[in-house]
Design a protein around this ligand. Structure first.
Ligand code: ADP
Ligand code: MG
Length: 506
């Protein structure tokens, strides 16, 4: 629900996302040229005759890209079409040497049909977001306007690389069905879910910063309780979660204001202005392009049989949603922690290795990973340069962290010592946490008689603070704990110290 200040009408947002993810594959969708166009590759070195539409060159479908699409389709619980076609979507732009983009027809079922993903809705409950389709298409090249003061350059390395476009569904026949994205936060959660699924399956790096994931954002608003959808606008080519949320927010407010002033919203294509977070009209519906889609005469239809689907299904790993459920149900992690630990498969694999089904260390390992390891990117190593997906902890291994968490659980060391061992490991100290603790004489003082002697001493030395504490300044407990810890060289168990002090000062 979206309430504009000072107005009485409540509005709700209706959001549709068209998300493009770059398909991971050695070669392009219809040519043998390398699909790895990363910025270190020199311009126009990975371009085949097919990519630049030399006369007489024929496209040949890369079946691996189709398998990737099927894999993703199974990952979003979708129907896989047994039969689909490619069509030419025609328009002119200098980044498109063919003069048309090979895509799948908008009015026919593409390779991936109706599916859904589950996200956390704004009300905290799971919410299904329906997906209408996901189709394969070619990416365009890249224009470079910043190389020369008066010339533009075209780099066709990216031309023809396979994209999967995933389109969310709006149930226009049943507008009361709310299985669509209805807030900026839900949009972000949906995109993160798509990203996690794509990465877990190895279908795409799905990285917005590098442009391997981009989204067109459709937004409309309607009064709460309304039984129809209103006109939407579409903001093109968004490449950051932050900008997507800001664009939705701005568009929604702009449209609500128009309606509240008695106006009508026109179905425009917008651009987002990063500088001030506003949107402005790029082209209006009247100038809408007529792409004149027609079936590509050079390509056979995609035919997929049940065996292929079952063969791919058999290779499917546990998907992030299932991993998250396992973490929250079996290990008692919060939804937030479970989400952080499933951002990539490598992170969840690392976590699973460290926990090794020992539920008693599950929370400790999660806390250490999220608050300490993630804060030290130097510990992460990109093992597979090409996919960029496989991260591996370089210095601290899963068994190191498991041992550290176990030592804490056994009270062999305290939190402060654990932190010191952790830092030593990051700095390259050799040995396991137990060996490091031994080497540096780190042992938690658990001898309660010895601790008690120090506690008594601290109390005796500070009569004024004792008086204040007893007259109600209970905040002073920290002062006493600090002094005891100092006197023990930080080796006492803080929980024991706390309890002892509380009893003695009562
Ligand atoms: P096009 O291909 O012309 O952009 P589509 O009908 O394929 O249009 O829709 C694109 C996206 O816009 C889909 O995700 C769809 O759910 C969404 N959409 C359609 N109508 C609306 C609306 N009234 N409000 C918000 N989103 C919408
Ligand atoms: Mg569109």
């Amino acid at each position: 629900m979206f309430t504009m200040k000072g107005k009485t009408c409540d509005w709700e947002l209706v959001i549709g996302l068209e998300t493009h993810i770059e398909v991971l594959s050695n070669s392009k969708l219809f040519s043998g040229a390398s699909a790895d166009y990363n910025p270190t590759v020199s311009p126009n070195t990975q371009v085949s005759m097919v990519d630049v539409a030399m006369p007489g060159m024929l496209p040949v479908l890369n079946e691996y890209c189709v398998e990737q699409a099927i894999k993703f389709g199974l990952g979003i619980n979708a129907e896989i079409s047994r039969h689909s076609r490619f069509a030419r979507k025609q328009y002119f732009y200098p980044d498109l040497p063919q003069g048309y983009q090979i895509s799948q027809p908008a009015d026919e079922p593409p390779v991936v049909g109706r599916g859904w993903v589950e996200i956390m809705g704004d009300d905290g409950n799971p919410k299904k977001i329906f997906i209408e389709r996901a189709h394969l298409e070619q990416d365009a090249g890249k224009l470079k306007h910043d190389v020369h003061p008066s010339k533009s350059f075209a780099d066709y390395n990216r031309t023809g690389v396979a994209l999967l476009e995933i389109v969310t569904f709006l149930d226009t026949k049943n507008p009361e069905n709310n299985s669509y994205i209805s807030s900026p936060d839900e949009a972000e959660r949906y995109l993160r879910e798509i990203r996690e699924i794509a990465r877990a399956l190895g279908v795409s790096r799905a990285n917005m910063e590098e442009g391997s994931m981009r989204a067109d954002v459709n937004v409309s608003v309607r009064p709460v309780g309304s039984t129809e959808f209103r006109t939407r606008t579409e903001t093109k080519n968004m490449v950051s979660f932050k900008f997507i949320k800001s664009a939705i927010e701005y568009e929604a407010r702009r449209q609500i204001e128009i309606y509240e002033n008695g106006g009508t919203v026109t179905q425009d294509t917008m651009r987002y202005n990063q500088g001030d977070g506003t949107t402005s009209v790029m082209r209006s519906k009247e100038d809408a392009l007529d792409y004149r889609y027609f079936p590509d005469p050079d390509l056979l239809p995609i035919e997929i049989d049940d065996e292929t689907i079952e063969r791919i299904r058999a290779t499917m790993p546990e998907l992030p949603s299932a991993t998250r459920a396992r973490y929250t149900h079996d290990f008692g992690l919060s939804e937030y922690d479970a989400a952080r630990l499933t951002e990539t498969t490598d992170i969840s694999k690392w976590y699973d290795t460290a926990v090794a089904d020992n539920a008693s260390r599950a929370k400790g390992v999660a806390n250490w990973m999220i608050s300490e390891l993630f804060a030290h990117p130097e510990n992460w190593d990109v093992k597979n340069e090409k996919s960029g997906i496989v991260n591996e902890m370089r210095i601290i291994t899963p068994s190191d962290l498991a041992e550290l968490v176990d030592m804490l659980g056994e009270n062999t060391i305290n939190g402060k010592q654990a932190k010191e061992i952790f830092i030593k490991m990051l700095d390259g100290e050799s040995g396991t946490p137990r060996e490091i603790a031994d080497k540096f004489g780190m042992k938690q003082m658990t001898d309660t008689v010895a601790i008690e002697a120090i506690v008594d001493e601290v109390i005796a030395k500070n009569p004024a603070q004792v008086e204040q504490y007893k007259s109600g300044k209970v905040g002073l407990l920290g002062f006493f704990v600090g002094n005891v810890m100092k006197a023990t060289g930080g080796t006492a168990n803080p929980a024991v110290v706390n309890e002892m002090l509380r009893n003695k000062l009562a």
